[in-house]
Design a protein around this ligand. Structure first.
Ligand code: NOJ
Ligand code: CA
Length: 716
């Protein structure tokens, strides 16, 4: 087992039994600056509040449930027992942003019983960390509750004011939205055309939800992030926003009949998470969500290997070739665009061309989409068995591609688009994974475009939450790594299932191919929102930033080329795509060198500076090496900054290769211009960064050789 508890691991348990009837006094638990208080009010309603450095983060907010059959688990409680303990342990993730993670928290469990008949039991567990609070509900085994249905979870988060929020609407089926930045009082989630949204007919603005992770900033400069951890056997939590009193209420994604979750005692909910700090960098550095997840359930993880990959993919996105084999339209109606048929991309000769390129440039993986039959009418699918995941098109020679990839040292990545046919996929999974094992596929990218079958279920509902985990577990059984597109957004489960490398669950770079794309601030928001729960398959590395989309010649990306490089560092993923076409990389070999060099697995990470929606600068140390990579990005504003390279080893000289925007670069007018400079630096170097509008800087830092020291000038 790769997760080792350190020898220093300590566990102190103190248990005290409190007086059952005098519970109106708050019990406060603190870790450094973070405190959480819990009490039962006069009516036995459970309330909690959170402070950071003495400042209120969450005002007294209620907890509880409404269960089916009019069971109100929301008041009339008494505390029958309170248990507390301190956890202090360290563990090593199989892959990640850092080599070692400290899990240090105080845990307190309030065991509640309802005074009214039928004396139902409910536990509320809080874990207080130095960077935030997680809490969850537990339904213990009890005589009067066995199988039960959650009608509503009543958890609230009462904010202290009209904070600035970075939000996307609470669509039950998609996270692929642009972020809105507004005051809580201005959250107008109902304005978005959505794939599905339960309360549309209610037409009550305050009842419209937003997705989590929800990033907030107070007027006083406090940063707050609300999300959940370990979403297992439950539905995803969205937040209804009351715009008048700044109250956020848990809103669970319903199933086809409107129910929220089906549980059997003993059961528990995911952790509700509140990360808080007066520094935005602390939000990005937080490991609280991972710490709230269970250790790895996969014993032998030696086959799980982070990697960069290319894809017979962008060429379909931009309309150069097609997913489908025969002369039809690829109707990407879900994305609101029609991509005309060109030539079938996944043909053996073309795949070999990518294998050659990947092999030559040390890119380990290759994804091929459109290899299997069914792409002629794939979207808007009404057939749960539309794709069979084992039948290639006649011009895709599975055996020959296996042989050739092996010879060239490239790992093939399977593509299983279900087009929403999740029930069909469940039945076919074993067959699909056996096929992958047989033909040398080490990883799979799955996809759930469109409305789901089972009909009426939602991408973020209980059934699908269970489905994604079944897929991850099934993949692990066949030693296959998995990357999911269109799933529920992640909640740290890659700790428990480390073969679950990445997911999309957000608006990726691909939107620049088939829509007006993502504005420059998008990538400065995603790490504070979507990525809080886990890695995103964002697909960075586009070099041809204009005139790439066949259907829309005027379309352009909203970043500079140097920013595309910086994204490899700022958008953490152990599975990172070099998304552009080989010919576009061949045209810019100097810049491509950064993508060849950059790592995907790290021993250490320093969040140097960050402000949601504005800029992010991160430095990461390569796993097992003394090399560092730094990425700095900005939004639509140009930016100058000075960063101290204090993270480098003291007394050592490094060769810094700086890939920056050229002096006349601008994402709109001159996005592809970049400059590469080399300097000798050390840990006292103050590096001046100059980022263009929509720009970035990517830096590799390697220990300097004797020749470097002779030839390259010192930075000053
Ligand atoms: C949507 C995915 O996000 C994209 O990457 C993929 O190419 C298409 N679905 C087709 O599966
Ligand atoms: Ca997608």
């Amino acid at each position: 087992m790769s997760i080792k508890k350190s020898l220093l691991c300590s566990l102190f348990i103190t248990v005290f039994i409190s007086n059952a009837w005098s519970q109106n006094q708050a019990v406060t638990t603190s870790m450094n600056k973070v405190s959480i208080s819990f009490l039962l009010d006069q009516s036995g309603i459970p309330l909690y509040s959170v402070t950071f450095g003495g400042r209120l983060v969450i005002k007294a907010s209620r907890l509880g449930f409404r269960l089916q059959n009019n069971i109100a688990l929301d008041s009339n409680f008494q505390i029958i027992k309170t248990d507390s303990l301190t956890v202090d342990e360290t563990w090593n993730p199989v892959w990640g942003e850092v080599k070692q993670i400290r899990n240090h928290c105080k845990q307190v469990t309030f065991r509640l019983r309802q005074k009214s008949s039928p004396n139902l039991l409910l536990n509320i567990v809080f874990k207080v960390f130095a960077d935030g609070v997680g809490f969850r509900y537990e339904f213990p085994v009890q005589p009067n509750l066995t199988n039960f249905i959650v009608s509503d979870e009543l958890t609230q988060f009462n904010l202290t004011g009209d904070h600035k929020a970075f939000w996307i609407p609470g669509d039950f089926d998609s996270n692929e939205y642009l972020y809105s930045t507004s005051a809580i009082s201005e959250v107008d989630a109902w304005k978005f055309p959505m794939l599905s949204f339960g309360n549309k007919e209610d037409n009550i603005p305050d009842q419209y939800g937003v997705q989590t992770p929800l990033m907030l900033k107070t007027n006083e400069g406090l940063y707050i992030n609300i999300h959940e951890a370990a979403l297992v056997n439950y539905s995803s939590m969205q937040l209804h926003v009351n715009r008048q009193n700044f109250q956020l209420s848990s809103s669970l994604v319903p199933d086809a009949t409107g129910n929220k979750a089906y549980l059997r005692t003993p059961a528990n909910t995911p952790w509700r998470t509140i990360i808080a700090s007066d520094k935005a960098t602390d939000i990005l550095a937080s490991k609280m969500i991972l710490n709230l997840n269970e250790p790895s359930k996969i014993e032998n993880t030696s086959w799980i290997k982070p990697m960069k990959f290319m894809g017979v993919w962008w060429e379909m996105q931009v309309g150069k070739s097609s997913w489908s084999f025969s002369d039809h339209l690829d109707a990407l109606s879900v994305k609101g665009a029609l991509i005309p048929h060109g030539h079938h991309g996944a043909n053996t000769a073309n795949v070999k061309r990518y294998i050659d390129f990947a092999s030559k440039n040390g890119i380990k993986g290759l994804l091929v989409e459109g290899w299997n039959t069914g792409w002629e009418e794939w979207s808007g699918n009404w057939n749960e068995d539309h794709f069979d995941f084992i039948t290639p098109y006649p011009d895709f020679d599975v055996k020959e591609i296996e042989r050739y990839a092996k010879m060239k040292g490239v790992q093939m990545i399977m593509h299983n688009e279900t087009s929403g046919g999740a029930s069909g996929y469940e039945r076919q999974m074993d067959t699909a994974f056996r096929f992958m094992n047989r033909y040398g596929y080490k990883a799979v990218k799955t996809g759930y475009v469109g409305q789901l079958i089972p009909r009426g279920e939602h991408h973020d509902g209980h059934w699908m939450v269970n489905h994604y985990l079944r897929a991850a577990k099934k993949a692990a059984q066949y030693k296959v790594m998995i990357d999911m597109h269109e799933p529920v957004r992640p909640t740290g489960l890659s700790r428990t299932f480390p073969n679950f490398l990445a997911s999309e669950a957000g608006r990726g770079n691909e939107w620049n191919a088939f829509s007006d794309g993502n504005p420059p601030e998008h990538e400065a928001i995603l790490p504070f929102t979507r990525l809080m729960g886990g890695p995103m398959d964002y697909t960075p590395g586009i070099f041809k930033l204009r005139n790439y989309a066949k259907a829309a010649p005027g379309r352009q990306m909203h970043t500079t080329l140097a920013k595309q490089l910086a994204l490899y560092v700022t958008m953490y993923s152990p599975l990172q795509m070099a998304a552009d076409l080989p010919e576009n990389y061949e045209a810019q070999p100097d810049a491509f060198q950064f993508i060849k060099d950059v790592a995907v697995d790290w021993d250490d990470t320093k969040i140097i500076e960050a402000e949601p929606g504005d800029y992010i600068t991160i430095a990461r140390k390569v796993k097992g090496k003394n090399n560092w990579f730094t990425g700095a990005i900005t939004d639509e504003n140009s930016r100058s900054a000075t960063i101290l390279l204090s993270f480098l080893d003291k007394g050592k000289k490094y060769l810094a290769t700086i890939y920056r925007d050229a002096d006349d670069t601008d994402w709109k007018y001159n996005p592809e211009a970049y400059t590469i400079e080399k300097f000798i630096v050390d840990n006292t170097t103050m590096l001046k960064l100059k980022l263009a509008k929509g720009g970035g800087t990517a830096i590799s830092l390697m220990p300097a050789t004797g020749t470097d020291l002779q030839l390259i000038k010192l930075y000053r």
